[in-house]
Design a protein around this ligand. Structure first.
Ligand SMILES: C[S@@+](CC[C@H](N)C(=O)[O-])C[C@H]1O[C@@H](n2cnc3c(N)ncnc32)[C@H](O)[C@@H]1O
Length: 614
C-alpha cells in the first residue's frame, strides 16, 4: 500500500497522453512530443493515414478553437456543495439538480460519472442573435463565475451575442465545443446524446459533432414540428414551423448491440367488424410502386376481380384470409388490405422515424400550457419543450431502470419532469442530473413579477410542483419522485484555490498556503467529503455514513468503485481510530489531514490501506 499527498485535480483526459506514450514511446523525449518521430512511426505503420497537406485538411476551423480545446482539458477548480432542504424527498432519491455554469460542472463530474450516463439531452441557446451565452473564463473560472453571480447588473451571467458581432458563430462554437467534448466522456458506451437546434447553427453543430463523436456515430436528425398552428407571416417566404433534434451515439455499434428503444404506437386502431382479437388497423396487400410482389388473381366478396402484384404469395394470402386477416373496404368491393392488431404492435413496439409531428410528440403551445398549469400564471419561461417530446427521446434511447439522463442546459426543468412522468407511467426508476445557471430573469418579466429572480429558481420550483402534481394524481404512487440540490462553489481546499491556471497566484497568497488550516474559511466536513468524492471518482449518490468514536470517520461507498473511502478531517487521529482502520478497512482508501498522523502511524496504516493526506 502507499502514502500519497492529495494532488490538485489533474488535467481532464490526461490518460490519453499516457496511452499515446505507451503506444509511441519513441516519440517522447524529455517529457516532450517529437512530431517528426510520431509521423515517421505512423508512416511506418500505414503511409495512407498521413494527411499530405495539413494546411488544407478537411474540418471546421474558427477563431478561438484552440482555446476552446484547452478549456475542455482544464482541470476543475471548484466543487459542488450540497444544499439541504431545497429539494424534495432528498434522502430517497438519486436525482440531482445542480446550480452552476455547466462547463465547470461537467469538469467536476468527469471522474465520478465517466462512461456512466445513458442519455444526454440538451437544448442550448440556438444563437438566434437574441440569445445570451456564457463567456468562459480560462483563468480562475469559478471565482469569475461567483463574482458574476453576485453582480445583479443588466446582463448578469450571460452576454448577448448579436449577429452583428464579428465573431457571432465563433463565440457560439467556443461555448459549445468544450462542453460537448466533456459530455462525450460521460456517456456510457451504449449511450446517446440528443441536441435540440434550429437553422442558425445546425450546420456548424453537425460538423463539430462529426469531429467529436465521429460521423459513424451519427444516428439521425429528427425534424420536429413544434407549432400546432399554421403561421401566416407576410414578411417571410417560408414560415417556420419546425426545428431539429440531432442524435449521436457514443458508439453506434454498442448502442445497437444493447438495443434501441421504440416509441408509442402511431396510427389509428379500431374494431369495425367486432374482431374478437380487438382493435386493428390495416395496410394495402397490393405491392406499392417500386416494391416487387407476386402476381395472381384475387376476387373480392362482392365478386370484383383483381389481377395485381401482391405483397405475399398466394399460399400466404390464403392463410391470412382463413385467419380473418384480410379486409375488403368499400363494403367488400375495394382492394384487399392486411389487418394488424394493436396488441401485436404493442408487443413489438414501433421504430422511431426522423419526422416527429406535433400531434404525437407535443408542441410549443402545449409546453407553455403545461407550465401555466403548474405555476398558475402565463409566460414564466420562454420556449420550454413539451415533456412528451423528451419522454419519447428517453424511450428511443432505451433508458432503463437505474440509468441516468443528463441535461446540462436544464431551463425550466422539462427533462426532470419528463423522467418523473415516464417513471410513473411504466413504474421504472430512471434518474436524472440537471444543470442550470442562475441566469437572471428579465426585470419586467412575469417570472420576476412573481418572485423568480433567476432561472435556477424556476427549474427547482418546476421540479417540486411536478412532483406534487404527479403524487396527487396517483395517491398510492409506488414511484418515489424527488431530487436533491447542489451548488457550484469554490474549492474547500486552500492549497487548490491559490492557483490560476497552473501557477500559484502571488507570493502573498502562496504564503497563505502556510496557514495552519488546510481548508478555506466557512468549510464544513460534509462539503469536504463531497469534494473528495468528486476528486476520487465517487458519484454523488454514494452512500455516506458517519461513525463517531475517538474520531469522527466518514465512510463513502458506491457499487461502481471497488473500495470504500474513509475520511477523517480532525487534527489528531488517536490510537483507537488507527486500530479500527487497520482491523476493519483493510485495502480501502483513507484520507486525512497531513499533520493528523505521526510518521510512524502513517507507515503503520499504509501497510494495510492506501493513505492520502491533505
Ligand atoms: C433553451 S433553454 C432550455 C430549455 C429547456 N429545454 C426547457 O424545456 O425548459 C437553455 C437554458 O440553458 C441555460 N444556460 C445557458 N448557458 C448555461 C451555462 N453555461 N450553464 C448552465 N446553464 C446554461 C439558460 O439559462 C437556459 O435556461
Amino acid at each position: 500500500m502507499t502514502i500519497e499527498k492529495l494532488e490538485r485535480p489533474s488535467r481532464i483526459d490526461e490518460e490519453r497522453i499516457q496511452k499515446l506514450k505507451e503506444l509511441f514511446p519513441e516519440a517522447f523525449a524529455d517529457g516532450k512530443v517529437n512530431f517528426a518521430v510520431l509521423r515517421e512511426e505512423i508512416a511506418g505503420l500505414d503511409e495512407e493515414l498521413l494527411e499530405e497537406n495539413e494546411e488544407e485538411a478537411y474540418g471546421l476551423r474558427w477563431v478561438g478553437k484552440k482555446e476552446a480545446l484547452r478549456l475542455a482539458f482544464t482541470p476543475p477548480s471548484g466543487t459542488l456543495k450540497r444544499v439541504h432542504g431545497e429539494g424534495v424527498n432528498e434522502e430517497n432519491t438519486k436525482n440531482i439538480l445542480i446550480e452552476g455554469d455547466n462547463l465547470e460542472v461537467l469538469r467536476l463530474l468527469q471522474k465520478s460519472y465517466k462512461s456512466s450516463i445513458k442519455m444526454i439531452y440538451i437544448d442550448p441557446p440556438y444563437n438566434t442573435g437574441d440569445d445570451f451565452i456564457y463567456k468562459d473564463d480560462f483563468k480562475d473560472p469559478v471565482d469569475k463565475y461567483l463574482q458574476k453571480t453576485k453582480q445583479a447588473d443588466e446582463e448578469g451571467l450571460l452576454t448577448s451575442n448579436p449577429k452583428t458581432s464579428g465573431r457571432y458563430h465563433a463565440n457560439w462554437l467556443n461555448m459549445m465545443y468544450p462542453r460537448l467534448k466533456l459530455a462525450k466522456n460521460l456517456l456510457k458506451d451504449d449511450g446517446v446524446i440528443f441536441i435540440s437546434i434550429d437553422e442558425h447553427e445546425i450546420f456548424n453543430l453537425m460538423l463539430i459533432m462529426n469531429e467529436i463523436f465521429g460521423e459513424e456515430n451519427f444516428e439521425g436528425l429528427i425534424t420536429w414540428r413544434r407549432r400546432h398552428n399554421q403561421p401566416n407571416d407576410k414578411t417571410k417566404m417560408i414560415g417556420k414551423v419546425s426545428e431539429y433534434i440531432l442524435a449521436y451515439a457514443k458508439n453506434s455499434q454498442k448502442l445497437k448491440e444493447s438495443g434501441v428503444g421504440k416509441i408509442g404506437l402511431t396510427g389509428e386502431f379500431s374494431n369495425p367488424d367486432n374482431d374478437p382479437r380487438g382493435d386493428w388497423a390495416s395496410k394495402p396487400w397490393k405491392a406499392g410502386s417500386g416494391q416487387s410482389g407476386t402476381r395472381y388473381t384475387i376476387i373480392s366478396p362482392t365478386g370484383v376481380v383483381f389481377n395485381e402484384e401482391w405483397m405475399g404469395d398466394e399460399e400466404t394470402y390464403k392463410k391470412l384470409l382463413e385467419d380473418g386477416r384480410i379486409f375488403f373496404p368499400k363494403n367488400g368491393s375495394g382492394l384487399p388490405r392486411k389487418k394488424y392488431f394493436k396488441f401485436e404492435r404493442e408487443e413489438e413496439g414501433q421504430c422511431a422515424t426522423n419526422w416527429w409531428s406535433h400531434e404525437e410528440f407535443g408542441h410549443n403551445q402545449g409546453a407553455n400550457d403545461q407550465l401555466t398549469e403548474l405555476f398558475g400564471f402565463k409566460n414564466i419561461f420562454s420556449n420550454p419543450k413539451p415533456t412528451l417530446l423528451i419522454k419519447n427521446l428517453i424511450r428511443i434511447a432505451n433508458v432503463k431502470e437505474d440509468d441516468i439522463v443528463l441535461d446540462f442546459f436544464a431551463g425550466s426543468g422539462t427533462t426532470g419532469h419528463a423522467v418523473f412522468e415516464l417513471n410513473q407511467e411504466d413504474l421504472k426508476l430512471r434518474n436524472f442530473i440537471l444543470v442550470q445557471i442562475p441566469e437572471l430573469t428579465p426585470e419586467d418579466s412575469e417570472a420576476r413579477k412573481h418572485g423568480y429572480e433567476n432561472i435556477f429558481q424556476i427549474t427547482k420550483e418546476r421540479l417540486a410542483r411536478s412532483i406534487s402534481l404527479l403524487n396527487d394524481s396517483s395517491k398510492d404512487n409506488p414511484v418515489p419522485h424527488g431530487f436533491s440540490v447542489y451548488r457550484l462553489d469554490k474549492s474547500n481546499l486552500r492549497k487548490w484555490t491559490n492557483y490560476i491556471g497552473d501557477s500559484v497566484v502571488s507570493l502573498e497568497e502562496s504564503l497563505d498556503l502556510l496557514n495552519l488550516s488546510p481548508f478555506n474559511d466557512g468549510w464544513t466536513e460534509e462539503d469536504v467529503v463531497i469534494e473528495l468524492m468528486l476528486h476520487q471518482g465517487y458519484p454523488l449518490d454514494s452512500q455516506i455514513e458517519q461513525i463517531s468514536g475517538e474520531n469522527t470517520l466518514w465512510i463513502v461507498k458506491h457499487d461502481n468503485v471497488p473500495f470504500n473511502m474513509i475520511i477523517c478531517l480532525e487534527n489528531q487521529i488517536g490510537k483507537e481510530t488507527i486500530g479500527l482502520l487497520i482491523n476493519q478497512y483493510k485495502n480501502h482508501l483513507f484520507i486525512c489531514v497531513d499533520d493528523a498522523l505521526s510518521d510512524q502511524a502513517k507507515i503503520l496504516l499504509s501497510e494495510t490501506m492506501k493513505v492520502k493526506t491533505i
